[in-house]
Write a protein that binds this ligand. Sequence first.
Ligand code: E4P
Length: 217
Amino acid sequence: MQFFIDTAEVEDIKELNDLGMADGVTTNPSLILKSGRDILEVTKEICGIVDGPVSAEVVALDADEMLKEGRKLAKIADNIAVKVPLTWAGLKTCKALSADGIMVNVTLCFSANQALLAAKAGATFISPFIGRLDDINIDGMDLIADIRTIYDNYGFETRILAASIRSVNHMTQAALIGADVATAPPAVIKKMADHVLTDKGLEGFMKDWAKTGQKIL
Ligand code: E4P
């Protein structure tokens, strides 16, 4: 499973990219707001850090404006994936941008039928939002599993990008189900390294090591 970093914070992206943990990046209008940066400027900087796809989201709601915005965002760098919402206008834009050879990430997906439409419209990525479904008491992982089954049934090449990931358990479950990619905030990715028994074991080793009176360096 590939890891995309769900942030517009450049320092976090650099750190994870240096560790080989950043196969791509996803941003959205809320993450751009949080970064306090200009969308075109920060997106260009991110595209220069990671080799993989960097999602930049359109904000127009009608198809013509969305297409213009998408084409402008796509010009930032070769590794831009234009993010469009899963609306009828977004699907039209997806089809047009895909026909131009531009990567498209269809976002705000909350049902298997929506994912089916995105694949038919030629999406490069479909982004089902796990956490936001969990928030309304619907198991977001069931949606990932349903989309996996449907895409495999028909050989769709659209890649499943598990999004709105809030916990390390989401990462495990997405990988077990076979999501192609998971996009997560830097804190969630770093937390994957934590285990209480690792901490406990290390504490025991450090105590015993101190008793030896030895040094390695
Ligand atoms: C990624 O593409 C999405 O924009 C993001 O994962 C949304 O996450 P949230 O539901 O935590 O805002």
